[in-house]
Design a binder for this molecule. Structure first.
Ligand SMILES: [Zn+2]
Length: 254
């Protein structure tokens, strides 16, 4: 079976692509050993891991150096969000209600370490979630949550405006909806590129967002603040926690 997988992969990637893929997979195995004995240069704010280097993200379609936490599999965007959350929810009491769409394992660990919060992870199916919910028809009363998180979710939704309206509806006055999505490389100067269908070459995404995501959030009835990790997190912390710059859209009802 493994041999068949490898033959199929070599056919898809071509010889040089396949060799590079195997080399990065092997390097990750060595890194796991180095991380056991090497100096602690990096740290994961989601799970507390410390080590010499993050692992490479190695997929057939996409590869990135020093991207993945060896323990909780967090990526830069999860670690940046965890730092933002740690700074912004620590002062809140035990009645703080959190709704997390498509809950990533690494961020669930972050919330599991804060049991006083009233946390609910939801997804279309029950796998890896506490309950089922469609983001375009959220099965909860209006203004039920103090914090709503939808990171890398709305690009999978055909009608993202309906999803944003629902995020605004369930967020309580004074609360926040945190929205992240894959962005165009020059997103500050560029409008969203709509495909009109779930594009197979872009992991089934309906679009890649530009700066006008903020306007879409405002059209859904929220005030929107566009933040970036580069502005929120100082360079030394970004280096230590392995965080590259990314956009974070904060919607607030009213
Ligand atoms: Zn981690």
């Amino acid at each position: 079976m493994a041999l068949n997988d490898d033959l199929g992969r070599a056919r898809r990637l071509g010889l040089s692509g396949y060799v590079s893929y195997r080399r990065m997979r092997l390097a990750n195995r060595l890194l796991r050993i180095i991380n056991l004995v090497g100096p602690e240069r990096y740290q994961c704010p989601c799970c507390g891991w410390r080590g010499t280097r993050f692992l490479d993200h190695v997929r057939e379609t996409y590869r990135m150096k020093a991207a993945v936490c060896p323990r909780c599999r967090s990526h830069s965007r999860h670690r940046g969000l965890a730092l933002y959350l740690a700074d912004s929810i620590s002062q809140n009491g035990s009645r703080f209600r959190v709704l997390h769409f498509a809950p990533e394992r690494s961020l669930r660990k972050f919330f599991a370490a804060r049991p006083a919060l009233r946390y609910l992870g939801v997804d279309l199916g029950p796998r890896a979630a506490d309950a089922c919910a469609d983001i375009t028809a959220i099965p909860f009363r209006s203004a039920s949550f103090d914090l709503v998180i939808a990171s890398h979710v709305i690009e999978h939704v055909g009608d993202d405006r309906a999803a944003l309206a629902e995020l605004g509806r369930v967020t309580a006055p004074g609360g926040r909806a945190l929205i992240m999505a894959p962005m165009l490389s020059r997103w500050r100067e560029t409008e969203t590129r709509e495909f009109g269908y779930p594009h197979p070459d872009y992991e089934g995404h309906w679009r890649i967002y530009g700066h006008d995501l903020a306007a879409r959030i405002e059209a859904a009835g929220m005030r929107c603040t566009t933040l970036t990790f580069a502005a929120l997190i100082d360079p030394e912390r970004r280096r230590r926690f392995g965080i590259i710059d990314d956009a974070l859209f904060v919607g607030q009802p009213g």
